[in-house]
Design a protein around this ligand. Structure first.
Ligand code: NAI
Ligand code: MG
Length: 453
């Protein structure tokens, strides 16, 4: 710690905090030069003959060559899943299926450091998050659904739950391994087999997961992994699957819904958000600030339920914004593999461009922008934590999902006004309320149109 400086006659604050770098070693993972598709328990070269490079978004350094699966490859994977479904998996005793899930969970725990490093390398998120959030939750999901496998009759009484068949699963890049766990674990527990397509920017942990499947001796074909971009996803939607499970943008979700209408294939969608975080004047402000920071700067804001709209009661607007801006200056932006890093790299050039475009629109429309002083690395995709004040409801930054470390602050006077403004959005994934008053929390929770409050 450097010397102390007296600021504006207030408490002395350090002029500089210098953290020694604490990089996690990347030697724990070995990345192959190229990966094929994982079909029927084997690595196969793509029939399409096409590949693409996957990179480290913090340096733009290429990490591996990835197969771009075409329709023929997707059909092969679906056929392998169909065979595994019919030749044993769906008829296996549920307690036997559970054993595989338990094994997968244990292996993920054992190899969690390796997976965490790879997740941060390929996706740009801070190692602290992949180590403390993504990996423990991924393993926990397999444990959880292992427990359900032989208890489904109790979960759905008198319904005699049956497996659906082959599930096509398409996942995004913000929580690559965790989204894989959310999709694969329940499907296997229910007796389904799977063809999963990871996002094109973050395929590596899904490909390493194939190693785990082999270690767990999961029967071949029960889980197949096909890599590629949106066209591979579209081929999976059109292939002979019984169900599609999709997490990603609202736009693509709608397109899939249109495509599947009338086909009889089942569909689950988990799409975008523009969550409201509402702070009343009686809230504990320091705690609220921590909650706000976690809500929007966690995982660079690449979170569907990110608290990207902050509503502050007018009487505390100034002190709250001052505290928030001061807290922002302490966020460390940089190397995702450094254990001190709070905000890592933006996942891709395309996502960075989208954030930049929306932020420019905010400035253009008249909002006031604040970014703490921070030196961003020259290579790679970076965006400083950003707060917009003086935001009107109609601005694009208050309406559209930015999916980056960008917060829009708006104000309200009464609880009624807070509800009206918070509900002024096409999204309804989540919301947060900060107040000391229990009855007000319940009053708000009843009125906010969001799935989770
Ligand atoms: P996206 O929805 O295009 O990608 C998600 C997955 O869908 C990827 O695996 C992709 O390859 C696949 N996909 C793309 N087009 C497809 C198609 N026509 N048929 C089937 N699968 C297809 O999302 P993208 O382009 O990466 O991000 C755009 C915006 O979407 C982000 O800026 C963010 O606002 C939002 N988003 C929201 C997520 C959430 O969890 N709510 C996750 C990812 C993105
Ligand atoms: Mg897209």
């Amino acid at each position: 710690m450097a010397e102390l400086e007296r600021k504006h006659g207030g408490t002395p604050v350090p002029t500089e905090w210098t953290y020694a770098p604490a990089p996690e070693s990347r030697d724990i993972v070995s990345i192959r030069d190229r990966y094929g598709l994982y079909v029927g328990g084997e690595w196969i070269d793509p029939r399409s003959g096409k590949t693409f490079a996957t990179i480290d978004p913090s340096t733009e350094e290429p990490l591996a060559e990835i197969a771009q699966a075409g329709p023929e490859d997707v059909s092969l994977a679906v056929a392998a899943a169909r065979e595994a479904f019919e030749n044993g998996w769906s008829a296996l005793a549920p307690s036997e299926r559970a054993k595989y899930l338990f094994r997968i969970a244990r292996i993920l725990q054992e190899r969690s450091r390796e997976f965490a490093v790879l997740e941060s390398l390929n996706g740009g998120k801070p190692i602290r998050e992949s180590r403390d959030v993504d990996l423990p939750l991924s393993a926990a999901h397999f444990f959880y659904y292992a427990g359900w496998a032989d208890k489904l009759e109790y979960a759905f009484p008198n319904r005699q739950p049956q497996p659906v068949g082959v599930a096509g699963q398409i996942i995004p890049w913000n929580f690559p391994l965790l989204m894989l766990a959310w999709k694969i674990a329940p499907a296997l527990a229910a007796g389904d087999t799977v063809v999963l397509k990871p996002a094109e920017t973050t395929p590596l942990t899904a490909l390493l997961f194939c190693d785990v499947l082999r270690q767990a001796e999961l029967p071949p074909g029960v889980v197949n992994i096909v890599t590629g971009d949106g066209s591979t996803g579209a081929a999976l939607v059109d292939a002979g699957v019984d169900k599609i499970a999709f997490t990603g943008s609202t736009e693509v979700g709608k397109a899939i819904q249109r495509r599947l209408a009338g086909t009889g294939k089942k569909l689950t969608l988990e799409l975008g958000g523009k969550a409201a975080n509402i702070v009343f004047d009686d809230a504990a402000l320091d705690q609220a600030v921590e909650g706000i920071v976690n809500g929007i700067y966690f995982n660079q804001g690449h979170v569907c339920c990110a608290g990207s709209r902050l509503f502050v009661q007018e009487s505390i607007y100034e002190p709250l914004v001052a505290k928030l801006e001061r807290r922002l200056t302490t966020l460390r932006v940089g190397d995702p593999l450094d254990k001190n890093t709070d905000v890592g790299a933006i996942n891709s050039a395309a996502q960075l461009e989208k954030i930049q475009e929306l932020v420019a629109s905010g400035v253009e429309e008249g909002a006031e922008i604040y970014q703490p002083p921070c030196v961003l690395p020259e290579k790679g995709y970076w965006f400083a934590p950003t707060v917009f004040t003086n935001v009107a409801q109609s601005y694009r930054i208050a309406q559209e999902e930015i999916f980056g470390p960008v917060l829009s602050v708006l104000t309200f006077r009464t609880p009624e006004e807070a509800v009206e403004k918070a509900n002024n959005t096409p999204y309804g994934l989540s919301a947060g309320v900060w107040t000391e008053k229990g009855s007000r929390i319940l009053w708000m929770a009843q009125r906010l149109r969001a799935g989770v409050v």
